[in-house]
Design a protein around this ligand. Structure first.
Ligand code: COA
Length: 388
């Protein structure tokens, strides 16, 4: 069993593996899939496990920026994980994901995230549950009446040629709102994403929406708004479908402004798809993340990462003025120092409260006061609006 990069000649076998893993692929999706993955092959982003010439399994690493408290860091999004049915249950998946983690590091990703179909495979290698993609179902008529008080914000229709502008709008909004979790994608992927014939997309100076019909209802795949006026304009535009659509299902932030704009709110109907997160290069990720400017402290934590020993050991975490640093400490951490598994450290980084990590067995030692500091520095309710 060996890991090799997938080549164009392997793509039929890869398709077969995907069908066996995830079910039939509509004929019309195969061409776009080939177009999407082709550039990633040369970049070493599609891995195969081979037994001689036979493909046993695959994984893909998507190139993303992921925003953490308003700052982007390089993240490898692991997708298309498959093992042939006849090879399952014998450690092939674990062998593949280990190699995928190492490849993330070689590609310069300081962190990795994935949507798990099963948790143990990834948890065993250091990923931990961190955030979610939230889909809320709202009454279309309630959105229609949100119309902007100041007469509206200028919108224009958006197509593939607007990918670069969309990216800069999102960068401004994510930085200003101190977003945690959402992704920046490669421009070529955004161009493809903006070319769906049955998708309708509109751009504002500080936001956008992309939606489509699903039966008699509306699916909002993405709606980002950097101000109240833009939120009202975009949501009410979607709501104008209320003469035909009863409900709108939308991917939103956990504290999405629309939930505070609605006139009535008694219960939320939210479906979460969970994603897991792993620090690949702890020191770089801590340095690249943003933090609340008011939090300032210096403390030593001990991290255990059997798969990536460079992350293991005692780290001095210094947080101040919105920036952070993790410096390796040569002396062993004292008895008082908090101790975290790499999964625990990754979840802490992603905003899971120390009080939860402690009771889940991912954090031990330390004191309640240090928990408070760590919790304040890494506070986040991370979300993604993209699925991969
Ligand atoms: C999930 C999949 C990749 C696992 O591959 P595999 O070669 O069977 O996995 P391994 O034998 O290396 O098992 C690794 C660990 O995952 C666990 N695991 C594997 N499949 C599992 C499943 N379906 N449910 C729960 N745990 C599972 C194993 O028990 C093992 O855990 P352990 O080390 O604690 O015992 C494979 O079953 C598959 O391709 N499934 C269909 C597609 C899919 O779900 N892909 C994942 C998308 S995120």
């Amino acid at each position: 069993m060996e890991i090799r990069d997938v080549t164009v000649d392997d793509l039929d076998a890869v398709l077969d593996s995907r069908k066996r893993a995830f079910g039939p692929i509509p004929a019309g999706s195969i061409g776009p899939w080939r177009t999407t993955v082709a550039p990633s092959l040369a970049e070493g982003r599609y891995l195969g496990v081979f037994d001689g010439g036979r493909l046993m399994g695959t994984s893909r690493i998507n190139r993303y920026d992921q925003w953490w408290h308003g700052r982007p860091l390089s993240m490898g999004g692991v997708a298309s994980v498959t093992v042939a049915p006849e090879d399952r249950g014998r450690g092939v998946g674990r062998f593949l994901i280990r190699a995928t983690m190492d490849r993330c590091a070689e590609l310069g990703h300081v962190a990795s995230a994935l949507y798990p179909a099963t948790t143990p495979l990834y948890r065993g290698l250091g990923w931990e549950h961190a955030g979610a993609r939230n889909r809320v179902t709202l009454p279309a008529e309630a959105l229609r009446t949100l119309g902007a008080r100041d007469g509206g914000v200028k919108l224009r229709r958006m197509g593939p040629g607007d990918a670069a502008e969309l990216r800069s709008v999102l960068e401004r909004v994510y930085a200003a709102t101190r977003a945690s979790g959402p992704l920046g994608r490669e421009e070529r992927i955004d161009r493809l994403w903006l070319s769906g014939e049955d998708d309708f997309a509109y751009l504002a100076d500080d936001g956008f929406v992309l939606y489509r019909w699903r039966g008699d209802d509306i699916d909002v795949e993405n709606l980002v708004a950097g101000s109240e006026a833009t939120a009202r304009t975009l949501w009410s535009l979607v709501g104008t479908a209320s003469s035909v659509a009863t409900t709108v299902t939308a991917v939103v932030e956990p504290d999405d402004p629309v939930l505070w704009l609605l006139r009535e709110r008694s219960y939320d109907s939210v479906k979460q798809t969970r994603w897991m997160f792993r620090l690949i290069d702890l020191a770089s990720a801590v340095a690249q993340r943003g933090y609340p400017a008011a939090v300032s402290f210096d403390t030593v934590v001990e991290v255990d990462d059997p798969q990536r020993p460079a992350n293991s050991g005692a780290w001095r975490l210094s947080i101040s003025s919105g920036a952070g640093a993790a410096t390796a400490v040569t002396a062993p951490a004292g008895e008082e120092a908090p101790r975290l598994t790499i999964g625990g450290m990754s979840a802490l980084f992603a905003g899971v409260r120390p009080g939860s990590l402690r009771r889940a067995g991912l954090l031990s030692g330390g004191t309640p006061e240090i928990d408070d500091l760590l919790g304040a520095a890494f506070a986040a309710k991370p979300y993604m609006i993209d699925y991969f």
